[in-house]
Design a protein around this ligand. Structure first.
Ligand SMILES: [Zn+2]
Length: 340
């Protein structure tokens, strides 16, 4: 789960230090003289630091000491672009689109954090700058084109430019998330990770029919219970199971939940809200409530707060259908709050 820092400093320090004049004057040993220059970015100016004074850290933790054994994570909460990147060449209108963020998720995350008294972890920079929910080497981590929209500021990034985004945004985000999770584990708490996303209603001409989607890879048990509750509590709701996409897709083999929950066995659920349904704060809170009502009975189950290996030993023996744990006495303070 530890993230290794990439050696960006060595590369950035060499930037534009080699005077061309010197090379001309010493033609006898051009190879040794030119060697360091190979590390300089091929194109584009690299600021000493990407994030400037007054700009936020790449993550924000709200209600950090919340009492619930639940951590809410919003990878795509923000469409902010560091000033140095000049909106990555996108118009303000394009930065409002799903290519830059998951509208609605910040409001839903705050709502759930409040109702559950749970810590919430938000990304503070746009996914179009660097997508923390992808592998660092994935072409989708810094997309040159997203949903048919060209991203001028991401074209032909040098290795040093990519490393700078990773070093100043991507890795600090993941290290802080690791640290936040460790805080629970140190206290002997296995937290449930609740990952919030939203999806565009239409992709490549296809109108996505789902109101909400639940995603999983190995953590199927919790996901199925959430789907079951959503359907039972909201007749007529179209609930996607591993829709609008599945975590089993090749381009999603590395992502936030895989790294921080699936690979380590922490219980998790990933939910996707349709963006046109959560566009206003009022609607976002409404859908936050709908989702929380489906999730809350599951969070009441004390057996949930164990590593997956332990849970599978007992869960696999249970029958396929089970009643939600709503009838259980509200032992956990956050859930009493959620029931309001
Ligand atoms: Zn997302």
């Amino acid at each position: 789960m530890k993230f290794r820092k990439s050696p960006v400093k060595a590369a950035t320090k060499t930037t534009a230090k080699k005077p061309a004049q010197k090379v001309k004057k010493t033609p006898v040993k051009p190879l040794t003289a030119l060697k360091p220059a190979a590390k300089t970015p091929a194109r584009g100016k690299l600021p000493a630091r990407l994030l400037q004074a007054g700009e936020p850290a790449p993550y924000r933790i709200e209600n950090a000491k919340g009492s619930a054994p639940v951590l809410i994570v919003c990878d795509h909460a923000s469409n902010r672009v560091p000033k140095a990147l000049n909106n990555v060449g996108l118009s303000k209108a394009d930065l409002e689109k799903h290519i830059a963020w998951d509208p609605g998720t910040e409001n839903i995350g705050r709502y759930m954090s409040d109702k559950l008294d749970a810590a919430a972890f938000f990304a503070t920079y746009s996914r179009i700058v660097v997508d923390v929910n992808r592998g660092e080497r994935s072409p989708e981590c810094m997309r040159e084109v997203s949903d048919h929209i060209q991203v001028p500021g991401n074209k032909g990034l040098s290795a040093a430019q990519k490393r700078q985004r990773l070093d100043e945004i991507f890795w600090p985000y993941h290290r802080a998330l690791t640290g936040q999770i460790k805080n629970y584990l140190k206290k002997g708490i296995v937290p449930v990770i609740v990952s919030l996303h939203s999806f565009t209603p239409e992709m490549d001409g296809f109108k996505r029919p789902w109101h909400i989607g639940v995603l999983w890879n190995k953590e199927e048990e919790i996901a199925r219970r959430v789907v079951e509750n959503l359907r039972a509590q909201n007749p007529g709701m179209v609930v996607g199971e591993n829709e609008p996409y599945t975590l089993k897709q090749a381009n999603l083999t590395k992502n936030t939940i895989k790294t921080h929950a699936e690979d380590t066995g922490l219980p998790y659920v990933i939910v996707e809200f349709r963006q046109d349904l959560v566009a206003t704060k009022r609607d976002a809170l409404k859908w936050g409530r709908i989702f929380l009502e489906a999730l809350a009975p599951i969070l009441m189950d004390e057996g949930l707060y164990r590593p997956r290996r332990e849970r599978e030993r007992t869960v696999s023996k249970k029958p396929a259908s089970r009643k939600p744990a709503r009838a259980k006495p509200a032992k956990k303070k956050p859930l009493r709050k959620a029931a309001k």
